[in-house]
Each structure stands twice: as structure tokens, then as C-alpha cells.
Write a protein that binds this ligand. Structure first.
Ligand code: SAH
Ligand code: F3S
Length: 431
């Protein structure tokens, strides 16, 4: 048997793509997973290209792989940077054996057999491809509901690496969810670049279905106890969706609402399709409907043309919404995106200072917010053993909670009272 080593960078969709790669190679080919790079016959790196940093990381990483690998071992580059750089990767790093784009994962069994194969077609449609099955967690199952993205946010390279948006037929999603749930995954995690745009386009004809309908269908599966999803787009958070989110007990009460900027002028330049007011209206409505909801967000600082006043609007939204988690990034100009061509790029130092201010404000807010959690009771789904005799899992509203305990808690849902709140993780006791 040959050994496969795989490293995954980037988002949850990449994690799922890696599971598909593992499944295809271990079930249709003669591979077995290894954690030891030095004994691998095939080394795969699944890349991200959303910011410039991970792209740099790719070349240093494969350089290292090349140094320590067995002489005959192959290196394959997959994912968004593979889509975006294609052949250039092999030109720059001739020891790479194949390049496989984010939308060509199903061709993994072909590219391993061809020397210097480059498969990066972003029009390739694998929305109905029957992948073999591999899951890295027995407790939760990632399920793709769409591929690609139809939005053209002016900062984002993803539409150029994952192509046009195609929804996966609901029958296939439900079938996959049933199978995963029957084999023990109580939690289903639905994935797409823009999940609440679900139903927009199918490759095998039209259907009258949207994301809210899909959520209802999945929650009818008895063995499914929890449903999560990422990422929804604030623009498509209509009342019907929010009402389903609030009232369906199987839907976990955490919502990712990628803000990007609090300034309506910047949002317009980003082509996000909503204003500051719309975002605040949706977030406030959500808090009012689900008081214990956990709202996370993505924010970009230093987008071209962002003035101090624009940035003040971002801080204002942060203050008003009180996000439980913020993924904040300095704007990174990406090739193939309109914003990279804008003439009014923000000075890097200015952007760095804004990023620090944003993060400091958020840390202060988190300290206050976390104190309020003392004594609260959350339902936790236990998934992981932790050092010091702890077992950890996530609460319904997506907070990491640990309690003293052992294996028998794994895979179980239980109520926990918080005794020690922290910024990132909470400690509690079973009630
Ligand atoms: N639709 C996806 C977005 C993928 S990119 C989703 O909702 O998850 C993930 C995040 O990276 C974006 O929300 C954005 O905040 C950030 N990002 C994307 N392009 C960027 C760029 N050029 N510079 C900095 N951050 C960026
Ligand atoms: Fe990117 Fe905007 Fe789509 S952030 S993935 S173009 S929704």
C-alpha cells in the first residue's frame, strides 16, 4: 500500500475537498493516510489563495516537502492557488508532479497517473459527482451544498478559482446527510461560499427550492440533531430565513454574518449589495428573535479608498452588534480582482494600525461579554479529549466549552453550566 500525506490550508470547503481527495485515493486507489511526511509516496497540499500570505506559504511549504520527502515521492498542489496559478506552479517548482484546481477534485485519480498534469478548468461541473466517502470526524459531517460563487465582490479571488455557482441537487444532499447521521454524525455542517443563495442554478434543470427549504428538509431526518452552515451572505438574510433559523430547534444558534466593512460607501465599492443599515437591521432582528445567538463576522480593513470616517463606521457596527467572534484581515490585493486595480490603495501602515484598533476594541468587548456567561447553561456536543482530564465540544451557539470528564462523553449532547468564562473557551460543569 502507498502512503498519502495531505495538508489543508484555508476554509471549511477545503477541509471537505481534502476529505474527498482522501476518499478517492484510499477507496479507488491503493493509498493509506499517513501523518508522517517522510514516509509518504504522495504529498498533497490543498491551498488557499484568498490573501497573498497563504500563497507565499505554499512555496515555502512545498520547498520543504521536496527537501525531506522520499526520493520517488510525488508532490501535488490542489485547491484555489492551483486554480489561480495553474502551470506556473510547475514552472516555479519543477518537482511538483501535478496541479489540481479547486473545482476539479474528482479528477484526483487521473492526475496522480499523469506526469505534470494540470487540471484547473473553472467551468468544470462536479456538482453531481459521486465522491467516495471519508470523514475526519465521526461526530459531525461536512456536506457541500453548492460549488463556486456568483457574487463578484471586488476584493475576492474565489469566483476566479471556484467558478460559477451551481447548487448540488437536494436529493443528493439529503441522501448524504442521512447516511452520515445513520453512521453517528449528529451534527450536519452545510458548506458553500454563499449558502443562502442555494437553489439559484442546478446543472440538471430548474427546481423551485431555496436554502430555507433545504434546512427544513434536512431537519426532518430524525438522526440529525444539529445543523450548522457556513457562510451565509447578509444580502440574502430575508425574514423567512431568519424565522426558520430562529424557530427550528435543530438549527444551531450561531450565525456567521460577513460584514467586510461598516461603511455603506465601501460596501458599494466592494459590490456587497447591502448597506450598513441593512446589515444592522438584520443583526438586530436576529438578536431580538434569538437572544442567545452567537454572531461571528469577517472584516477587511484598509480596502482601497477606506477613510478614517469609513473605518469609524466599521467600529460603530462592531460596537452595536457585539460580535462574539471576528475574523479580521488587512486588505490584500489579489490578481484578477477589480479592487487590486483601484488607484486609491490604503497605505499598509495605516491599514495595520486600523487592524490593531479593531482587534483591541473587540478584545475589550469580549472580556465584558464573556463575564456575562458565568452561570449560563448551554447544550454542548462533546467531540474531543483535552489535556488535564477535560472533554471539549461546542455549545449550540458555537462556543467552545470544556468540562472535566472522559471518553464516555464523546459523541454525547449534555447540558453544561459555565463556571469559568474566557475569551475563547469556557469551562463548565455538567448539570
Ligand atoms: N463567501 C466566502 C468568502 C470566502 S473568503 C465566505 O463567506 O466564507 C473568506 C474571507 O476572506 C472573506 O469573508 C473576506 O473577509 C476575506 N477576504 C477575501 N478576499 C480578501 C482580500 N483580498 N483581502 C483580505 N481579506 C479577504
Ligand atoms: Fe468571495 Fe464575495 Fe463570493 S467574498 S466567495 S465573491 S460572496
Amino acid at each position: 500500500m502507498k502512503k498519502l500525506y495531505i495538508e489543508t490550508l484555508g476554509c471549511a470547503m477545503n477541509v471537505r475537498d481534502s476529505e474527498h481527495i482522501i476518499a478517492e485515493l484510499t477507496q479507488k486507489e491503493d493509498y493509506q493516510l499517513t501523518q508522517n511526511l517522510k514516509e509518504a509516496d504522495l504529498i498533497v497540499i490543498n491551498t488557499c489563495s484568498v490573501r497573498e500570505k497563504p500563497v507565499h506559504k505554499l512555496f515555502s511549504e512545498i520547498g520543504y516537502f521536496n527537501k525531506v520527502k522520499k526520493p520517488q515521492a510525488k508532490i501535488g498542489v490542489c485547491g484555489c492557488t492551483a486554480s489561480h496559478l495553474g502551470e506556473e506552479i510547475i514552472k516555479k517548482a519543477p518537482y511538483v508532479s501535478f496541479v489540481l484546481g479547486a473545482r476539479n477534485v474528482s479528477k484526483i485519480t487521473q492526475v496522480i497517473k499523469k506526469e505534470k498534469a494540470v487540471e484547473v478548468d473553472i467551468d468544470y461541473d462536479e456538482s453531481t459527482y459521486a465522491f467516495s466517502e471519508f470523514r475526519s470526524s465521526v461526530y459531525k459531517a461536512f456536506i457541500n451544498i453548492s460549488i463556486g460563487c456568483d457574487k463578484k465582490c471586488t476584493f475576492c479571488i474565489v469566483p476566479n478559482t471556484r467558478g460559477e455557482e451551481i447548487s448540488i441537487p437536494p436529493e443528493l444532499i439529503v441522501q448524504e446527510a442521512k447516511k452520515a447521521a445513520k453512521s453517528g454524525a449528529k451534527e450536519i455542517f452545510l458548506l458553500g461560499q454563499n449558502v443562502n443563495n442555494y437553489g439559484r442554478r442546478f446543472s440538471d434543470g430548474k427546481r423551485d427550492i431555496d436554502f430555507t427549504d433545504l434546512l427544513k428538509m434536512i431537519s426532518e431526518i430524525e438522526e440529525v440533531k444539529r445543523i450548522r452552515f457556513t457562510s451565509p451572505h447578509p444580502l440574502h438574510m430575508d425574514d423567512r430565513f431568519l424565522e426558520e433559523f430562529a424557530s427550528n430547534p435543530k438549527i444551531c444558534k450561531s450565525m456567521h454574518m460577513p460584514l467586510q466593512s461598516g461603511s455603506s460607501a465601501i460596501l458599494r465599492r466592494m459590490k456587497r449589495g447591502y448597506t450598513k443599515e441593512w446589515f444592522l437591521d438584520r443583526a438586530m432582528k436576529l438578536r431580538q428573535m434569538v437572544p442567545d445567538v452567537h454572531i461571528s463576522t469577517d472584516i477587511i480593513v484598509g480596502f482601497p479608498g477606506e477613510s478614517e470616517e469609513d473605518f469609524a463606521h466599521t467600529l460603530d457596527v462592531v460596537q452595536k452588534v457585539g460580535f462574539e467572534q471576528i475574523f479580521s484581515f488587512k486588505y490584500s490585493p489579489r490578481p484578477l480582482t477589480p479592487a487590486a486595480e483601484y488607484k486609491d490603495q490604503v497605505d499598509s501602515e495605516v491599514a495595520s494600525r486600523r487592524l490593531t484598533r479593531l482587534q483591541e476594541l473587540h478584545m475589550q468587548m469580549l472580556d465584558e461579554m464573556s463575564q456575562k456567561k458565568r452561570g449560563k447553561i448551554y447544550e454542548v456536543y462533546f467531540e474531543e479529549l483535552k489535556p488535564g482530564g477535560y472533554v471539549a465540544g461546542r455549545s449550540d451557539n458555537n462556543q467552545i466549552v470544556k468540562v472535566k470528564g472522559s471518553e464516555e462523553l464523546l459523541g454525547k449532547l449534555a447540558n453544561v453550566r459555565i463556571i469559568k468564562p474566557g475569551r475563547l473557551a469556557l469551562e463548565g460543569e455538567l448539570v
